[in-house]
Structures are given as structure tokens and as C-alpha cells.
Design a protein around this ligand. Structure first.
Ligand code: SF4
Ligand code: SF4
Length: 363
């Protein structure tokens, strides 16, 4: 009998009752999210199906558990959450059944057995001013991170606290909180910021690692470009109102009721890079701007100290419709509209192609 731990990811998904068609749809959606050609769907499917469950050690330091909650609290058993379940999570402070000495022994055993191959996932920042601020099993966060990083193939820093220090790092930073990247310089680190990060982005990074055995291309602050390559503003459905100079001035005025741009209410979408506008939250139900709230910029460094959540950025917006800015904005809008039309055509073509690919693969 196959031990649970020895099952491939494909076997695990099948034993969970996931149909091949649903699985292929997940692969197609992931390929599209990563801007890969539909020709990559079979490669992703094959790589995921045959992957032996990689060992993952997940450490949680100064954090609120929101990052873990984000990933595990999907209200239905999505393939994303099952793929997460299918990794061999050898150590996770919140999710592991073991406690005390048994938990620490599990971490040591996983590091020894999988030296050089395991993935280290970290959420939370690391307090440097006084190691006693945060310890686990009597080990300081700093010591546990350095010890666990030694044999890791790569490190995924999940959430804004692990990637840039986050809220613990905010002024006056009483614990001397720093990020994983501030301390580790000799390992590949993938930053997946967000407060919390989007679940499909976390599993997308895992999928990329399982499929290609490498980390995705990163931007200048270590974020995967496929998910963080465009700003919220670039992809916001309220963008046409911004381009026309139509802004909500208060949360209950006519503009707010008509769904106008939230820029003047403090929206940080123009300077924030994340995938919320396309992936949305809660299984694609909605996202903050769709719910009427400005983007807070949670996936950017120092977002908490950025000058006020409800204070607008200083970009030209006054009389936008009457000025030369409008001409430029109009050109952008036309470009965006054209881009959207082209994208929509491309998306329809890609969807049709993906459907054909899925039908072919299913045969
Ligand atoms: S400022 Fe905010 S609400 Fe307005 S278009 Fe940009 S992202 Fe959307
Ligand atoms: S809309 Fe902005 S603040 Fe809200 S989750 Fe997305 S990036 Fe973070």
C-alpha cells in the first residue's frame, strides 16, 4: 500500500475525488495567470501529477496568522487548497498535529532527510533588538531561521511581514523587526507580499517550483513578475473613471454610489503592484476596490508608514478632463481600451485554445 507521504501529487488529488477535467482546468488557469502559452498546460499537468510531495518547512514568526488563514480558509475545497494539502508539510506551527519536543524533532528530521531539497516558507518578521521578543521551543526566531535556511533549496517569504517587515516593522518598530531578505543573502528568496497574500498567488509560486524546478522571474524587490508585474491601477475596472477625472469625494456621495474612482479617498492602486484586480478574493467573488474601499498598498514595503490610508497620493487629478493631461489620459484610455479589446480577443482565443487543449488532454 502506498504511504500517504510517498504518493504523487496526482495520486493525492485523485484520492480526494478531484476529476481530471477540474485538474486540467486548474493547470490552464495557472498557465494563463503566469502568462504562459496554452502549449505549457500539458507540461504543468504532467509535472504536477508526477511530482513527489516536496518537503516544506513553514516557520511563523512575528505575524497574525492571516497568511496561513488566507491559504487554508477557502470556503470550498479548491484545487489550490488541495495542492497546498498535497505538499509534505513537515513542520508548520499552526497546522501541525505534533507539539513540544515532537514538533521540533519533526523539523530536525525533515531538514536532515531532505537537506538541500526542501522548501522553506516563512511568514512573519524577525525581531532583532531582543531575541527574547519571540521564541519557539526556546529558540529565537533569528536562530531558527538561520538554522532552517541552511539546507533549503529556496525560501518563500509569505506576506508583507516576512517580505518587508510589515506591521511589526512600522514606526517606531519596537522589536527591531526585519524581513527574511534582510538576513539571508545566500539563498534564492521569492517574496510573496500582501497583508495577507492572495492564496492563488502562493499556490501559483509552488506550482511554478514543482513544474519547472526553478523560481519564477522576480522584480527588483524579489516579487514574481507574473503576479506583481502590473499595478492595481493598471488593471482596475474603475480606471476609465480615473481617466475621465470622475472621483468619489466621500464614501457616501453620488460618485461613490456610481462606482467612480477612489483615488481621492486615498487609493494607493497607482503605486501598488499585486494581482487583486484580476484574481480577486474569496474564490474570485470580489476585492477591496469592488467593495468600495481604496487599495491600502499592502503589498508594498513600508505601506503602514506611507502617510495615511485615506490621504490621496500626489498625482495630478484636478480638472483632468479640461487639460492637456486629459489628452494624454485619453490616449492612455484609448490604449487601455484597445489593449482591453485585444486582450479580450486574445483571452477568448486563449480560452478557446485552452478548452481545445483540455478536451484533447482528457481523451
Ligand atoms: S486610483 Fe484606485 S480606484 Fe482609481 S482607478 Fe486607480 S486603482 Fe482603481
Ligand atoms: S487591493 Fe491593495 S490593499 Fe487590498 S489586498 Fe489588494 S494590494 Fe492589498
Amino acid at each position: 500500500m502506498t504511504n500517504n507521504k510517498d504518493k504523487t501529487l496526482g495520486e493525492t488529488l485523485r484520492s480526494q475525488g478531484i476529476s481530471r477535467r477540474s485538474f486540467l482546468k486548474y493547470c490552464a488557469a495557472t498557465a494563463s495567470m503566469m502568462a504562459l502559452s496554452p502549449a505549457m498546460i500539458p507540461k504543468i499537468a504532467h509535472a504536477l501529477e508526477s511530482a513527489r510531495r516536496p518537503s516544506v518547512i513553514w516557520l511563523s514568526f512575528q505575524e497574525c496568522t492571516g497568511c496561513t488563514e488566507s491559504l487554508t480558509r477557502a470556503h470550498t475545497a479548491t484545487i489550490e487548497s488541495l495542492i497546498f494539502d498535497a505538499i509534505s508539510l513537515d513542520y508548520h506551527h499552526t497546522l501541525q498535529a505534533a507539539s513540544g519536543h515532537a514538533a521540533e524533532e519533526a523539523r530536525e528530521a525533515a531538514m536532515k532527510e531532505n537537506f538541500g531539497k526542501y522548501l522553506l516558507v516563512v511568514d512573519g518578521s524577525i525581531p532583532m533588538d531582543n531575541p527574547g521578543y519571540s521564541t519557539i521551543a526556546g529558540i529565537s526566531n533569528y536562530d531558527m531561521l538561520m538554522e532552517s535556511a541552511k539546507g533549503a533549496a529556496a525560501i518563500i517569504a509569505v506576506g508583507t511581514c516576512a517580505t518587508y517587515g510589515g506591521i511589526p516593522h512600522a514606526n517606531p518598530n519596537p522589536t527591531g523587526a526585519v524581513s527574511v531578505g534582510d538576513l539571508i543573502k545566500d539563498k534564492p528568496i521569492i517574496n510573496v507580499p500582501g497583508c495577507p497574500p492572495i492564496p492563488v498567488v502562493i499556490t501559483g509560486v509552488l506550482t511554478h517550483f514543482l513544474t519547472f524546478g526553478t523560481i519564477p522571474e522576480l522584480d527588483h524587490i524579489g516579487r514574481p513578475k507574473v503576479f506583481y508585474g502590473q499595478s492595481i491601477h493598471d488593471r482596475c475596472y474603475r480606471r476609465p473613471f480615473y481617466d475621465k477625472g470622475l472621483f468619489a469625494e466621500t464614501f457616501d456621495d453620488e460618485g461613490a454610489k456610481k462606482g467612480w474612482c477612489l483615488y481621492k479617498l486615498g487609493c494607493k492602486g497607482p503605486t501598488t503592484y499585486n494581482a487583486c484586480a484580476t484574481t480577486k478574493w474569496n474564490d474570485g467573488t470580489s476585492w477591496p476596490i469592488e467593495a468600495g474601499h481604496p487599495c491600502l498598498g499592502c503589498s508594498e514595503p513600508d505601506f503602514w508608514d506611507g502617510g495615511g490610508f485615506y490621504k490621496s497620493l500626489s498625482m495630478p487629478t484636478e480638472n483632468i478632463a479640461q487639460t492637456a493631461v486629459y489628452a494624454a489620459a485619453g490616449a492612455v484610455a484609448a490604449g487601455v481600451a484597445l489593449g482591453a479589446m485585444n486582450k479580450s480577443k486574445k483571452n477568448s482565443a486563449a480560452k478557446a485554445h485552452n478548452k481545445t487543449t483540455i478536451d484533447d488532454l482528457e481523451k
